[in-house]
Design a protein around this ligand. Structure first.
Ligand code: GDP
Ligand code: MG
Length: 166
């Protein structure tokens, strides 16, 4: 089996969108109803088999609070991929996600693979607006649930498929 290092991934999005929950689900297969707020940023790594190879994810889970915003470039500048997470039940969090998309498009690495995750999909029926928005902005879109595990592995696997292997 071949082993690939995918480079750094970063999770961005409003506080409470479920960034830490997605990582916890992906890395440990767990979900906490009362996930603690992230302070600054947290680092995780996970190696998974994708088709015929093993790929290693190294993930920065950022805090999301406005007061940590100035630190964000430290995490996304070197990133090969980003997952921008919003809470499908919270319109403000979708607006915040769009701001992150703009920021990455103007200041991020132009080759970055960017995913938009409409999280907490267990609480809501699918919404068209986000998938149209994602298409128009060159993102791939998935509704996720850290709670039920729906599409959590899938969004990371889709990133792995889209990233060049180094
Ligand atoms: P972060 O600030 O973006 O890291 O968000 P957290 O991961 O801390 O999650 C915020 C809250 O939303 C926590 O109470 C989680 O249990 C809850 N949560 C996260 N993901 C989901 C999900 O997919 N479904 C539901 N129902 N709740 C979720
Ligand atoms: Mg968090």
């Amino acid at each position: 089996m071949l082993n690939y290092d995918l480079g750094l991934d970063v999770l961005l999005g409003d506080v409470g969108a479920g960034k830490s929950s997605l990582v916890l689900r992906f890395v440990k297969g767990q979900f906490l109803e009362f996930q603690e707020s992230t302070i600054g940023a947290a680092f995780f790594s996970q190696t998974v088999a994708v088709n015929d190879a093993t790929v290693k994810f190294e993930i920065w889970d950022t805090a999301g609070q406005e007061r940590y915003h100035s630190l964000a470039p430290m995490y996304y500048r070197g990133a090969a991929a980003a997952i921008i997470v919003y809470d499908t039940t919270n319109q403000m969090s979708f607006e915040r996600a769009k701001k992150w998309v703009q920021e990455l498009q103007s200041q991020g690495n132009p080759n970055m693979v960017t995913a938009l995750a409409g999280n907490k999909a267990d609480l809501l029926d699918e919404r068209k607006e986000a998938s149209t928005y994602a298409q128009e902005n060159g993102l791939f879109f998935m509704e996720t649930s850290a709670k039920t595990a729906s599409n959590v592995n899938d969004i990371f696997y889709e990133i792995a498929k889209r990233l060049p292997r180094v």
